[in-house]
Design a protein around this ligand. Sequence first.
Ligand code: PLP
Length: 398
Amino acid sequence: MGHQRIIYMDHSATTYAKKEVVDAMIPFFTQHFGNPSSIYGIARESKTAIDTARAQVAKALGADPDEIYFTSCGSESDNWAIKGVAYANRKRGNHIITTAIEHHAVLHTCQFLEKEGFAVTYLPVDRYGRVDPADLEKAITDKTILISIMYANNEIGTIEPIRELAEVAKKHKVYFHTDAVQAIGNVPIDVKAQNIDMLSLSAHKFYGPKGVGALYIKKGVRIENLIHGGGQERKKRAGTENIAGIVGCGKAIELATADIEGHNVRIRAMRDRLLKGVLEKITNARLNGHPTERLAGNFNVSFEFIEGESMLLWLDDEGICASTGSACTSGSLEPSHVLLATGLPVEISHGSLRLTLGDANTEEDVDFVLEVLPKVVSRLRDMSPLYQKATKDGGCNV
Ligand code: PLP
């Protein structure tokens, strides 16, 4: 490892916490450590801080503060929305609709409910990863109680037509939940104007702390509790509050949504230069996800004849933090369910690279990746018998 600096291009995995966020959190570990459920002074400080954070989250979403519930992470928010609505509305129906490209926090929750007697439809997506509102409408039956469709995909960055999809849900009087974990700070959101009934978010994806999330639940939604115990979060989510985390979540969402367009313009310009450079310098490469309806910082490209994991190791050796389209589960390489759902063949999906740019990046980072990545790809292809054969046979095209 001869490199001097780290180039962090994995903002969709997590982000660093901003200094203002950490500064806002610190007093709540030491000075204002009171339990908000107690009645003395230091406890009131904690309670007021939670109220402020709740108002900050509500404002960022266009919701009312009493429609925001803090949780321990995005996964908990997703689990709560889906299991909570499923259990509370069982008498009305047992059918849930989601998509094939959701995060595992949604997919595995739905699969769990299938074992409990619920029926789940996993909607397909087009080659860009978009769900067709017409497909959603066709899938709805009189037993459908919940639709859960992610706002933006964590792997390929595709932004779903949420307004249209939620419109369909409203027309058929079915609850609409969206996993907006990747969207906050990148896409303007207004839950009222967009007819969203529930929305999940997670602070560590928008320069806040890890281990804190929130679920927006529109007033009137019938939902069962997931965590039982004390009366916190207006008796809906038990557990002594993670006050510092909640304060950090509030501050982070305020900062992340203050100038979404300005942030996107800067990040998109870097991402586009990176993408253009990579596609010019490397043959047999193709972009995954939608060409325009995608998160500003998301780059996801498949390189034929490459093993994504090896690419990551070489990039790591150069100080570049990236991610791939495969998840290493118990030693075997599972191709990404998202890439497969877009119709990408298994062999090509294995050679996928996700770079997600964000506030940590500079133009120099882009220059460096443009210098290093083509060398890494060509080194790996030199070692690939398949690549040797394909080029000898007269070239190949992805
Ligand atoms: N949903 C999406 C789309 C995500 O990208 C993630 C995190 O990677 C999650 C849910 C889970 O969030 P958390 O890590 O806070 O549990």
